[in-house]
Design a protein around this ligand. Structure first.
Ligand code: 0RA
Length: 642
């Protein structure tokens, strides 16, 4: 007996050493596990914990997940699943919950027969969160009792303890991100809310609540319509070509497949694909299967029902996807994630499964809904004609620029160096601000392109019209990498493209138009991090001969407080800048363009599904959502994470 317990003791210690080594590796190289230690990595911690609750929901045991952002900077995630097992693991000699918290990739030790997020961006396991938390407390309700355990930087403070009796079951994890690890510690409601909404759409009926205890904000997501609701949400206020969202779901041995789609009167396609709830931005086998089934089924139907004028007519994939909103969600046992950002599904067997399911179900829908079918085919045919017109417009544009010998636009004041990685271009609202910028700039590496008036709204126009717009043409030529199918990022003439507009509603509108254009036509400029937003000051304050600049209302108040020292009458002159044109060239340089003193905000896409919707709302036909966005974001340039 004594011997046995001694043996157990030494095994336990050896186990603890491995645990420490594992979690230590996470603390040494956190980027390897969560991508970064900035805001993105920080939010990733929450997704990691929530993913475990979602896994429990996918297995059919959890109906509600509550996420709370606490006042002390911690996050709490509660679910009503089965609770993490608390019994002592026969081989490891510690309770399951402790194992889950301290062992890398412990997930598979419990449950092999359910879908798990593995590989990809998530799925590194809750132990990674534990390792990167200043402290973490887990509570489990299971088998009539509530249990509790606390860890600090991955190290347990005590053994698992019974707190008392309790009915029901579930898991609660509360953690505080470690300031020694993260450069950003403040959780952003909107970022988490976008992802949680997405998860609720993807898991029909599951209730997900996000509450912000810092300011009392709360959002509840629960969608009985699942993917169909998701499609309606993304479509927004666009007019649908057919009332009902087309939905089908089926299972094959290779994958469970769910698809929802709907056509609208717009010209853009918005398809998002998911594998085990992870957005597969780079597509892969499932998307390939879907696309080929869609093209084939629509062509077959049109031919069979004599909707083509000529017998040899056919629609391309691009034609049949114009105005399409689609969500494709598959669940795969052992997903292989590939590609640059590990968001491309590699499992080739999934292609055939999706293709077969879409072929069969879509054909049935078209047969049963001839009116919708006809609308979709007419729309695709008009897309085809427009594409032909665009090709001609592009050829014409190419010939024209060949005639001109590839000359840069006359309005462009180019920089003198030719190394793109060192060059910047400022896209400036208005000719007068453009003039100041030209005088104020450092001409060696800064180019200026003034843009006159409102730029064409690319959300509402087809490519042929976009290409014939002068302001857009000048921008495309200046940047140098073409657009659409001919886009080539390696030809970019500048690696910093800085949008500089007035700090008013018009400026915000022009900025959004430009961002929409880049997002639609030159997306990798954004994903490569080439696009920035300038941050001009809102106020100039003068005290005697000294000048100060305030970039926000708070900053202006701070300056005034500082100057007044509690006395009345500060002798401070405050000037509000209504536009860039009110600054002279040297002021513009100092406040907004000098790399040593300016701030510029890099544009990133946090959640591409939401970004897509944001642009639709902003730039589509509806005026109200556009107003909402501009007033919300114009003041907080930092939040322009479109
Ligand atoms: C493995 C097995 C079982 C539950 C869980 C994991 C589980 C983990 C987490 C993490 C957060 N919430 C969770 N809920 C459940 C249960 C096995 C069984 O009861 O048979």
């Amino acid at each position: 007996m004594a011997k046995k317990s001694q043996k157990k003791q030494s095994e336990y210690t050896a186990g603890q050493i491995t645990v420490l080594k594992g979690l230590d590796a996470v603390r040494k190289r956190p980027g390897m596990y969560i991508g970064s230690t900035s805001a993105r990595g920080l939010h990733h911690l929450v997704y990691e914990v929530v993913d475990n609750s979602i896994d429990e929901a996918m297995a059919g045991f959890c109906t509600e997940v509550q996420v709370s952002l606490m006042k002390d900077g911690s996050v709490r995630v509660i679910d009503d699943g089965r609770g993490i097992p608390v019994d002592v693991h026969p081989e490891e000699g510690v309770p399951g919950v402790e194992l889950a918290m301290t062992t890398l990739h412990a997930g598979g030790k419990f449950d092999k027969d359910s879908y798990k997020v593995s590989g990809g961006l998530h799925g590194v396991g809750v132990s990674v969160v534990n390792a990167l938390a200043e402290w973490l407390e887990v509570e489990v309700v299971r088998g009539g009792k509530r249990y509790h355990q606390r860890f600090e930087r991955g190290v347990k403070k005590k053994d698992l303890e019974v707190m008392g009796k309790e009915k029901g079951s579930g898991t609660q994890v509360v953690f505080h991100p470690d300031p020694e690890i993260f450069t950003e510690l403040i959780f952003q409601f909107d970022i988490l809310n976008d992802r949680l909404r997405e998860l609720a759409f993807l898991n029909r009926g599951l209730k997900i609540v996000l509450s912000d205890e810092r300011d009392g904000l709360e959002e509840v997501h629960q969608y009985e319509g699942g993917l169909s609701s998701f499609v309606e949400y993304v479509r927004g206020k666009r007019k649908a070509l057919h009332e009902e969202v087309i939905y089908f779901g089926a299972s094959k041995k290779e994958a469970d497949v769910e698809v929802a789609l709907q056509y609208n009167e717009g010209f853009r396609e918005q398809t998002s694909t998911f594998v085990n709830n992870i957005n597969t931005h780079e597509g892969g086998a499932h998307l390939t299967g879907f696309k080929s089934a869609l093209t084939r089924t629509i062509n077959d139907y049109a031919r069979k029902n004599k909707l083509f004028k000529k017998s040899d007519e056919s629609l391309s994939g691009d034609d049949v996807r114009e105005g399409l909103t689609c969500i494709l969600s598959v669940k795969v046992m052992e997903p292989q994630f590939e590609g640059q950002t590990k968001t491309k599904l590699g499992n080739s067997e999934v292609r055939g499964a999706v293709e077969a399911i879409v072929n069969e179900n879509l054909a049935v829908f078209l047969e049963e809904n001839p009116k919708a079918a006809k609308a979709v085919i007419e729309k695709s045919l008009s897309a085809k004609w427009a594409r032909e017109a665009a090709r001609k417009a592009r050829d014409l544009a190419r010939k024209k620029s060949a005639l001109e010998g590839g000359v840069l636009p006359g309005k462009l004041a180019d920089c003198s160096i030719s190394d793109p990685s060192l060059s910047e271009i400022y896209l400036v609202e208005g000719d007068s601000a453009g003039g100041s910028a030209k005088q104020g700039r450092d001409r060696s590496f800064q180019a200026i392109l003034p843009l006159k008036g409102k730029i064409l709204n690319v959300e509402k126009a087809r490519t042929d019209k976009i290409l014939s717009n002068d302001e857009i043409g000048a921008m495309i030529t200046a940047i140098g990498c073409g657009i659409g199918e001919e886009f080539d990022i390696d030809k970019a003439r500048y690696h910093k493209i800085i949008i500089m507009t007035d700090a008013d509603v018009d400026g915000a509108h022009i900025r959004t138009l430009l961002l929409t254009f880049f997002y639609r036509e030159m997306e990798s400029l954004i994903t490569q991090g080439y696009v920035y937003i300038a941050n001009p000051p809102l106020y100039q304050l003068k005290k005697g001969k000294k000048e100060y600049y305030a970039y926000s209302e708070e900053e202006r108040e701070e300056y005034i407080d500082r100057f007044s020292n509690g006395k009345e009458g500060t002798g401070v002159q405050v000037q509000r800048y209504k536009g860039l044109g009110e600054m002279n060239p040297s002021q513009l340089w100092k406040t907004t363009m000098d790399p040593d003193s300016r701030t510029i905000h890099q544009v990133t896409v946090e959640n591409s599904t939401t970004a897509e919707k944001t642009f639709r709302d902003l730039m589509g036909d509806e005026v109200q959502p556009r107003k909402d966005f501009i007033t919300k974001h114009a003041k907080y340039v930092k939040n322009l994470d479109v």
